[in-house]
Design a protein around this ligand. Sequence first.
Ligand code: BGC
Length: 930
Amino acid sequence: MNCIRPKIHIVLIALICIPVLAGQSDKKTETLNPEYLRCEYLVNPLGIDVTKPRLSWIVKSSSHRQKQTAYRIIVSSSSGKLKKNQGDVWDTKKVSGDETVCHIYNGKPLQTGKQYFWKTKVWDKNNKSSEWSKPAMWSMGLLSPDDWKAKWISRKSMAVDQSKTKNRKLFLPPATYLRKEFTINKSVKRAVIYVSALGFYELHINGNRVGKDYFTPGWTDYKKRVYYNTYDITDLLAQKSNAIGAVLADGWFSGYVGGGRRRNHYGKDKYLLAQMVVEYADGTTETIKTDGSWKVSTGPVLEADLLMGEIYDARLEQKGWDEPGFNQSKWQNVEINGDVITGVSEYANGNISIKPVVQSYPANTVRMYQELKPVKISEPKKRIFVYDMGMNFAGMVRLKVKGKFGDKITLRFAERLNPNGTIYTKNLRGARATDTYICKGNDVEIWQPKFTYHGFQYVEITGYPGKPDIDSITGIEITSANPVVGSFECDNDMINQLYKNICQSQRANFIDVPTDCPQRDERLGWSGDAQIYIRTACMNNDVQKFFTKWLQDYTDSQRKDGQFSSIAPVLGFNSAGGPAWSDAGVICPWVIYEVYGDIRLLERQYPSMKRFLEYYEKICSPELLPPKKYQCFGDWLNINDATPKDIIFMSYFACSAKIMEKAARVLNKKDDEKKYNKLFEKIKSSFNKNFVDKNGKIKGDSQTDYVLAIVYDLLNKKKQKLAGQHLIDKIKSRKWHLSTGFVGTKDLMPALTKIGRNDVAYKLLNNTTFPSWGFTIKNGAKSIWERWNGWTPSNGFQDAGMNSFSHYSFGAVGQWMFENIGGIKAANPDFKKIIIAPEPGGGLSLAKVSYSSIRGKIVSDWKIINEEMTLNITVPANTTAKLILPTDDIKKIQYSGKSIDQTKEIKFLGIKDGKIVLEIGSGKYVFKIQ
Ligand code: BGC
């Protein structure tokens, strides 16, 4: 086998790299067909370490009320056997059942490093069998610590770290280059490599980059855990001489993270761990691993830091360093470490020893989402060029330049411009966000940094030889938010822009962990933001694995006393989250269960959820009132309408207790279910006794007060009605504007819906005056702003100390848009039963909303012409939907030109709250409502 894979060519056109839910094509068939096979919620995952993985698919059919009545799964040890339908590893035979999600593997024990091939076939409601699905596969990672033969290797840092001196001078060590050559003399059947690093790694084999991922192996609390990634490298190996190389950068491990220009949060030196297993055609195997035989050097990457940026001096390139035959005589020997890493962390009072568990990366990695062409170039000052990329995103740019030896091009990044057209960088705080390229003076040179990212819309270029043009830079947008599962469109441009901004800020902030912002020196996994936004996140992207990973980070952050941290992964320190922040540890696993039916995750998280509730019970008074002192961020960034901390504390305590009751029911923990039911009732009564007066007024009298009490069911019917009216009055007193911060905004619109005031919700959604979503859009927002007043015409930019233009929390309105404008909701966990209840209003006359659930694509598409509403609905096969229509007169509804009572396909269930309720099975439907 020859190494003939071409290097990746650079294509300068915008290109969507992450497809919309792969596999869900529109193929029409009368019967039922299984598609989109996934193992552990991933398509063909490599190197998983779940020994009883869960297998899922979706079924598709074009006919109505189609159902799966039985299925068969076969798992084979080779693709050849699978072709012949030999399930030598597992064959369920035909099993009755309509489940398509999370079939727990129950075949022969799965073995370290092995590949498994599987397919399924299903039987429909007429017991007619489908064809076999397309084959899928997964492979196992290294299942036992003993399987690791590789050693952590590194290069001892030479430079003096001055980051802790008085003036906190930046310390940015160069990237480390590692290499080794090896020979292959036999025919290779399959070769796989397992790679991890403390820091970031980029792996090369025979001159080719391995994989397309960024920032591997992801961010964890490295004191406890570090992940490895698995790559199939069979096609990259050559007969005879081969070379493997890796570039290591500080990353989250030892680079600058968070505020205050602090580095070395987990350790000082960066390490690589890699183990390649080559299976030969003759049945033998060979392992090539990181050990003392590797060589180390530096290279052209002089600085590589997430926050500060990258410097690349092309003159220092060592041609062929990642290919066989390279002269490595000037390279040094590596330092070897056992499984224990010792180093210096600024936060561990000097020396630390860490022994993280090494596990398989459990999620989708950070990848390129799309390439972006600049939309405008300006020259606000002589030889200072500013590019407008058209959107505020996270990533970097690829530079194209033809310069002389030593020409130095500097790129700086910003979200906004100063009035004079130069870039506004004050709000980046301590993040230098500057990339520099030094030309070697060849032909055209192309460069893209790999170990940094920025949150930006504008790029400033200085030092460019000649005049840069539209092709001189290309935006590279990166994200972990994939695949895309939602779509939204209506006939109001502002609302469409709002939807775009929500998706944009989600992509920009889902970078391995849910960060607060992508631009300033923070970019931390803030828990409050995560729980506030998670519901909306689920409607835009499939975030099941993303949160499976982050919830492990969050559990790792939990203190011994049960309190959760404000951020995860924690840095060297761990500060309490407090109400609405710490509750992420309870809310997020529950949302993931509701949306994806992931009981296993709920089970995994349950002990930590329980410990957290026990902590709350312990610190509260016997009446369950909050303790005298506790951490609380309040209703963060509200508009002069603060909510008392104890109201937020009690509401979230109640919310978490209610979730615990429901989680205990799902997990069949009867005693806990009762216990948390009682706890909820006790919090509720204490809340009413201490904070609510007889007129339904709540202490503090803020919008958020009422929102929380309504949404978390803290009031009886009568008080809820009164509180609802107070909420409306408060909104009215601000000329129909909201005043809520992070906490209140999450639930504001659902609260209005709950009290039957979608008219007011639409008013808020349509506002374009301050404060509102529309106001930000009127002022040029291409993303969700951290603050309602991030920039105002009268005051300009808010305090640069905290003013991000890409913060997703206020984008939590996305959930309401899907659930009310589109009307798509889950009636039970995981969308087996769906509710479609569009609520036209706010002057909209059309909406097209879709959501690809784990059971298939749901569409709600309506338009109103001359007071007649046409509603196109798609319900996935094997599910049913309750359709709630905005009329109470059945005669006004027509289905396919017929009245409802003339068709068997639709069941009339009754009239609720003045609306007709119908039950429909799977398929496509068109209704007309007069
Ligand atoms: C972050 C937030 C976070 C907050 C805590 C900020 O610096 O950007 O999004 O939730 O601190 O209040």
